[in-house]
Design a protein around this ligand. Structure first.
Ligand SMILES: Nc1ncnc2c1ncn2[C@@H]1O[C@H](COP(=O)(O)OP(=O)(O)O)[C@@H](O)[C@H]1O
Ligand SMILES: [Mg+2]
Length: 301
């Protein structure tokens, strides 16, 4: 009984300490969401036949007076491989943030199947997209839980996604397989993984969601050239019947895409496939291509 009482007192003490952190947590959760919430349901289509259109979209980040995106109009069809290229700061990530409604456009509108995306129920709308953002996060849970993004998951499906992302060989070397905990934050048995391996897990996670659009924002930036090559050659398999939007500042990575969109200082300056863009002399694409080709040559020599 005395031990029980001691434990009780200890827990009461802990509760007092934790309440301090919980208070901040609740304050955070109480922040009102000012974003307009629509109620329209997103039509569930097994053929993944969605069409997205940007109509004269411009955007300024809050508290800035420069346009991160200027008058972007663009339509993409289902099943396409679309690439967004451009120098750092040209607005590629901003484009994706608007598409995912992390922000609403300052001017213009974005349409899904002809309807303004603000009118859709946000949660349902999000189910249409899987995104690997540049600054994605993995948590100190097991590999499988990180890929499925939930505690209980379909083992076979996770394995399948791992294989496509090129991470399965690594999982097999782990003592607990998919149950291996990532990082040493919570347990000594946790494994540390490299940036490239983290990216592969993030790609597997995007595939597990099974949505109509797969968006990869600079997905191979932390990968070595061999792993990068592996992802590219697998991309068709990874993407399957989805629409893929592939973002990179390395032009060589995007050659295989059906349609390449070139961003420069927030505007769309060129659009077409690799050959046509390269043939447009004096265009941004050929300028970037030649600059990067030179860079690769001097790297190699
Ligand atoms: N959260 C933010 N607040 C203010 N400005 C931002 C923010 N994020 C990006 N920007 C600005 O918007 C422009 C486009 O950035 P971004 O879309 O991230 O470019 P990219 O992905 O092509 O490198 C840049 O000039 C950048 O400085
Ligand atoms: Mg970016």
């Amino acid at each position: 009984m005395s031990r029980g009482l001691a434990k009780l007192l200890e827990l009461v003490g802990d509760a007092g300490i934790n309440a301090f952190y919980l208070k901040r947590e609740f304050l955070f959760l109480d922040i009102p969401n000012h974003m307009y919430q629509g109620s329209l349901t997103v039509e569930k289509r097994s053929d993944k036949n969605y069409e997205v259109e940007f109509r004269n979209v411009s955007f300024q980040y809050p508290n800035t007076d420069v346009y991160a995106l200027k008058n972007v109009s663009l339509k993409f069809r289902v099943g396409e491989r679309l690439a967004l290229v451009g120098q750092n700061g040209s607005g590629k990530t901003t484009f994706i943030k608007l598409l995912c409604r992390l922000y609403d456009p300052t001017e213009g509108e974005i349409l899904l199947n002809g309807i303004d995306i603000r009118k859709y129920d946000y949660r349902e709308y999000m189910n249409v997209f899987s995104v690997v953002f540049q600054d994605f996060q993995l948590l100190a849970y097991s590999v499988g839980q990180n890929i499925a993004a939930c505690a209980v998951y379909d083992q076979e499906k996770v394995k399948n996604c791992c294989q496509k992302a090129g991470f399965w060989e690594r999982v097999e070397t782990m003592s607990e397989g998919l149950d291996t905990i990532l990082y040493k934050d919570l347990t000594e048995e946790g494994v540390e993984i490299s940036g490239g391996e983290e990216q592969k897990i993030a790609i597997a996670r995007a595939m597990y969601r099974d949505s109509a659009f797969l968006i990869l924002d600079e997905p191979t930036a932390a990968l070595d050239p061999m792993a990068e090559y592996e992802i590219y050659t697998r991309l068709n398999e990874i993407v399957e019947d989805r629409t893929a939007i592939y973002i990179s500042h390395r032009l060589s990575s995007c050659r295989f895409c059906d349609e390449i969109i070139v961003f420069h200082e927030g505007s769309m300056v060129q659009q077409g496939n690799h050959e046509t863009l390269l043939a447009q002399e004096g265009g941004k694409y050929s300028e970037l291509w030649n600059a990067q080709a030179q860079y690769y040559v001097s790297e190699a020599s």
